[in-house]
Ligand binder design. Structure first.
Ligand SMILES: Nc1ncnc2c1ncn2[C@@H]1O[C@H](COP(=O)(O)OP(=O)(O)OP(=O)(O)O)[C@@H](O)[C@H]1O
Ligand SMILES: [Mg+2]
Length: 301
């Protein structure tokens, strides 16, 4: 059963496991940012060291309390593309996404078999370094969850706890990531106000900025726009379209129209199985499997 707590100050219900993960991610910031800061320039661009970032999944099975949730999953997530995971409710989309950063570890009674290779390194099994893995995976959840502090501090928090005190450097970092998330112009005059005063759409972009600050290679987004108004959703979609130049974006979406708009690559799931994968044009316009055809025609949702 999920535990819920209330953030005292703002009365926002927060999933404890989600909060813990966010803080773990923040804790992982230090070394990366410290390293980056030495060379940090205002004209810093997102340039990744790795030439390729791919996820290869083979024979993945996930059981929760004896129930098989994911069944013999085999797939490859392409680099620098938007991959949309689609399928009816309960088919295992979130579970699959959670396996990519080992969030499944916190699920009671979970058993996982198979392989998930992230840049060639198997992340299933006891040898995997979870903190390093999560650093690579920026996570954007359905409901934005800003830290209970100012807009500025939401981004600077990770830097400070790892010893970066220089105000000028902190300002550069905060500006850089707020610009990357398309929020700078809207908040530059109120950086010291509490982040929770932002609109929900702005909060989601703040969370995106905070995720980008760990310099991930992948962005995992589970229905990241479902709690947003149409304009905010469009802004996030447009950001993803820009960010895919440097990141591999994996997005779970319930909205077929959204997948049609932004997906480069599509994974269609049904009852824990991968039914069809392929380039968006191929899956949407020439689906091979009867189930995919039915789902796309709206026969079930
Ligand atoms: N912690 C858990 N304990 C027991 N069963 C779980 C748990 N998490 C997920 N499941 C089950 O696994 C299956 C897949 O769930 P999942 O959340 O991955 O589906 P989904 O495709 O993301 O659905 P939705 O579109 O509704 O978000 C469901 O039957 C769900 O009940
Ligand atoms: Mg889900």
């Amino acid at each position: 059963m999920k535990l819920l707590v209330m953030k005292n100050l703002f009365k926002i219900p927060v999933d404890v496991s989600e909060l813990r993960t966010e803080y773990q991610t923040e804790n992982a910031l230090g070394q990366i940012i410290r390293k980056k800061i030495r060379f940090f320039r205002p004209d810093h661009k997102f340039v990744r060291n790795e030439s390729e970032s791919e996820i290869h999944v083979s024979d993945l099975n996930v059981f929760i309390k004896g129930n098989q949730i994911l069944k013999n999953v085999n797939l490859t997530i392409p680099d620098k593309k938007i991959t949309c995971i689609i399928g009816p409710s309960g088919c295992g989309k979130t579970t699959l996404l959670k396996t990519f950063n080992r969030l499944t570890d916190s699920v009671e009674g979970v058993k996982i078999t198979g392989k998930i290779l992230v840049n060639g390194e198997d992340i299933i099994g006891s040898g995997a370094e979870i903190t390093r893995l999560r650093r690579k995976m920026g996570l954007i959840s359905q409901r934005p969850c800003p830290l209970p502090m100012s807009i500025f501090d939401n981004i600077a928090y990770g830097c400070r706890i790892h010893g970066i005190r220089n105000r000028r450097k902190l300002k550069l970092i905060v500006k850089h990531y707020l610009e990357a998330a398309g929020l700078w112009e809207e908040v530059k005059d109120r950086l010291r106000t509490p982040a929770v005063r932002l609109s929900i759409g702005q909060q989601q972009r703040l969370c995106l900025a905070r995720s980008l600050a760990v310099e991930p290679q992948f962005i995992l987004a589970d229905e990241a726009t479902s709690s947003l108004d149409p304009i905010s959703s469009k802004i996030i979609e447009e950001l993803f379209m820009k960010l895919k130049q440097n990141y591999s974006i994996i997005m779970v979406t319930h909205t077929l129209r959204q997948a049609l708009r932004i997906a480069d690559y599509v994974i269609f799931m049904y009852l824990g199985e991968i039914i069809e994968t392929g380039n968006a044009d191929q899956v949407f316009n020439h689906p091979q499997h009867e189930l995919t055809k039915k789902y796309l025609s709206g026969a079930f949702s």
